[in-house]
Design a protein around this ligand. Structure first.
Ligand code: HPA
Length: 235
């Protein structure tokens, strides 16, 4: 059974799914890193592919930008296609000088200004956290490669162009970076009892105003991919 957003048949998507925001990035990842990639989706150009990496079945699919979009795709991947390990590979903006452009940030937890968790009817605030096994495997991989990385809280914001400098308040609470998807991914995974992790390369800094060049973005992105694939190969 396909969904309104995903044309894949049951069984065409692997238990481990890598989730870049950009669907064209999903195609590049499939072509560059996976063996024998087969495309399973093109609905709304949200491309998805399944191949193998070091003998393990791995899928890669775009999520689009923002919590509503990743909320839809990850929900369907989990509940319709049986995904068990969902690894977001994205970019983020540094909100502290403790992380530098090009570093890998791993979201131990995700805060948000979104109302996504309202649906659960909780009488309090949900702490959205990474799966510890995926997180520690990613840390081990980054250490083994010698890549600069940081582990901590991030803020998954609904607002890229924000009238208010709200990032400063999240920074005061120890958050490392701003991105736009991980809170929903962690909520969906928690509710379903599956594993999720968000890792990002720092593409810009809200503190310094720095941005990366296209070439830097590409190199830094490759580091993050090596970490994500090392984790996927162990699952
Ligand atoms: N804000 C939100 N998401 C982002 C940013 C940012 O500054 N940079 C990359 N993704």
């Amino acid at each position: 059974m396909a969904t309104p957003h995903n044309a894949a048949k049951i069984g065409e998507i692997a238990k481990t799914v890598l989730l870049p925001g950009d669907p064209l990035r999903a195609k590049v990842i499939a072509d560059t890193f996976l063996e024998d990639p087969v495309q399973f989706n093109a609905v709304r150009n949200m491309f998805g592919f399944t191949g193998t990496y070091k003998g393990k079945a791995v899928s890669v699919m775009g999520t689009g930008m923002g919590i509503p979009s990743i909320g839809i795709y990850s929900h369907e991947l989990i509940h319709v296609y049986g995904a068990q390990n969902l690894i977001r590979i994205g970019s983020c903006g540094a909100i502290t000088d403790r992380v530098k452009i090009g570093d890998i940030v791993m979201a131990q937890g995700a805060c948000t200004d979104s109302n996504y968790a309202y649906q659960y009817g909780l009488h309090g605030t949900f702490s959205a956290i990474a799966d510890f096994g995926l997180l520690s495997a990613a840390v081990d991989a980054a250490k083994a490669h010698g890549f600069p990385y940081a582990v901590g809280n991030v803020n998954s914001t609904d607002i890229f162009y924000n009238e208010l400098p709200t990032w400063k308040d999240w920074a005061k609470m120890g958050c490392l970076a701003s991105e736009m998807e991980t809170y929903a991914l962690y909520c969906n995974a928690a509710r379903a009892g599956v594993r999720a992790l968000g890792i990002f390369t720092v593409s810009d800094s809200l503190v310094t105003g720095e941005e990366t060049t296209a070439q830097e973005r590409q190199n830094n992105f490759t580091n993050m991919m090596e970490v994500a694939l090392d984790v996927a190969a162990q699952l």
